[in-house]
Design a binder for this molecule. Structure first.
Ligand SMILES: Cc1cc2nc3c(=O)[nH]c(=O)nc-3n(C[C@H](O)[C@H](O)[C@H](O)COP(=O)(O)OP(=O)(O)OC[C@H]3O[C@@H](n4cnc5c(N)ncnc54)[C@H](O)[C@@H]3O)c2cc1C
Length: 373
């Protein structure tokens, strides 16, 4: 079943062509070596991908979420890092939704040009975003920010960071969100981590030492910054779910190709019932994950809340991606473990999906709250 109209199918074809001919050859030589291919991001901008879902009045294509997830999934089949940065503009879309006209005029031109980073996690506060220790103190017309953030994605690529800081010492609600330009005096970049998956995305630390921002930099209401973060997470989680489905689809395609071509005991491996059953299980689970992904994307397009739906879609698609990519390694035997063959990377990237934008356990809390309410 196709979820896309004719124009969207044509766009998907163009994205597939880009991903297979331009992105694919750069994955092992650059992205997997922690080298970010800036020119490929420029190509994705030419194709309109980062602003695909942005309303036309802001220079976007005004595409539906259904088209967005289909395209993000297609890029993720070749590389998840480029799918995340090259088909999204979550910080800009937050400013469109929550920013004042003055904030839109001031920040959107830059954020529409270069994706913004999202910096909420701290060394002592990850899943529990309310446990942050960074502070922002009012000084005249400015806020003075001190503290540390960690695990921040695309730290070298972003020019702005949406950060959280404590603006009130008491209560859960005492957190505000600020947009901070990377070149603000006192903002320093720390270590970049070498990770299991999502290589190519520079993930690292940010330090704030008396970083001064004007009052206009506060996004949303004072002491209500977690609300800003949560509203951004719904879309981000659906994006990770699209990537997880893409990784699983790619793993199934590669393992099917292998067992069809590989002859053992006198016949192709694809004739062995044990492996046929693996393929059937993989296909069934991917179909279910894909259907849930598109159902939630459609809910978004029809104006329904996707907080629980996005949590379910990410949770399920991630478990399918981890299982299917693991099984694909098994089906490809020794080749499954070799970097050049490309299957082991799908497993490593799938594994990161269970941590980023809310761990599996945190998503289960979101879903169970609704189930048990
Ligand atoms: C590649 C990568 C990119 C990232 N990018 C960003 C980014 O751009 N911006 C950003 O702000 N952050 C980012 N993060 C951080 C990410 O959001 C956190 O790693 C994640 O939220 C988990 O936090 P933590 O690592 O501190 O683990 P912890 O919060 O210490 O959790 C450890 C374990 O305990 C479990 N746990 C925690 N609380 C509960 C509970 N109540 N019940 C049951 N189990 C629980 C968790 O699920 C997890 O399994 C990134 C992380 C990675 C790995």
């Amino acid at each position: 079943m196709s979820y896309l109209n004719e124009d969207q199918e044509l766009m998907l074809d163009a994205v597939r062509e880009f991903a297979q001919t331009e992105l694919r050859p750069r994955v092992l030589t650059e992205l997997e070596r922690d080298i970010f291919p800036y020119d490929l991001l420029d190509r994705m901008k030419e194709l309109g991908l980062p602003l695909m879902a942005m309303p036309e009045e802001y220079g976007g294509l005004g595409e539906s979420m259904v088209a967005h997830v289909a395209i993000e999934k297609e890029v993720a089949k070749e590389n998840m890092t480029m799918a995340l940065i090259g088909t999204n503009c979550v910080v800009a879309s937050l400013i469109v939704r929550m920013g004042t006209q003055e904030q839109k005029d001031r920040y959107l031109p830059d954020l529409l040009e270069t994706p913004g980073g999202f910096a909420f996690t701290e060394p002592a506060a990850g899943s529990d975003a309310s446990g942050i220790e960074a502070t922002a103190v009012k000084d005249g017309d400015e806020w003075v920010i001190n503290g540390q953030k960690t695990f921040i994605s695309f730290i070298n690529q972003a020019n702005y960071f949406l950060i959280s800081a404590r603006t009130n010492e008491t209560g859960d609600g005492g957190i505000s969100a600020f947009l901070v330009p990377k070149d603000t005096p006192g903002l320093k970049l720390g270590s970049i981590f070498h990770k299991l998956g999502l290589r190519g995305s520079d993930t690292g630390e940010l330090f704030f030492e008396d970083v001064r921002v004007p009052a206009i930099a506060m996004i949303g209401k004072e002491n209500k910054g977690l609300h800003a973060a949560l509203s951004l997470l719904d879309e981000a989680r659906l994006g990770v779910a699209s990537c997880a489905v893409g990784l699983a689809e790619a793993a199934l395609e590669k393992s099917v190709e292998y067992v069809k071509g590989r002859v053992a005991f006198g016949r192709p491996l694809a004739t062995k019932q044990g492996l046929q059953w693996y393929a059937a299980e993989m296909e069934t689970k991917i179909s279910a994950a894909r259907a849930l992904l598109f159902e939630v994307a459609n809910d978004y397009d029809e104006g329904r809340s996707i907080t629980v739906g996005a949590a379910k879609a990410k949770l399920f698609a991630t478990s399918v991606a981890v299982e299917v990519t693991d099984r694909a390694i098994q089906m490809c035997g020794g080749y499954g473990l070799i970097e050049d063959y490309g299957v082991e990377r799908l497993y490593r990237d799938a594994r990161t999906c269970a941590i980023i934008e809310g761990t599996d356990e945190i998503l289960k809390i979101v879903v169970s709250r609704q189930v048990l309410s």
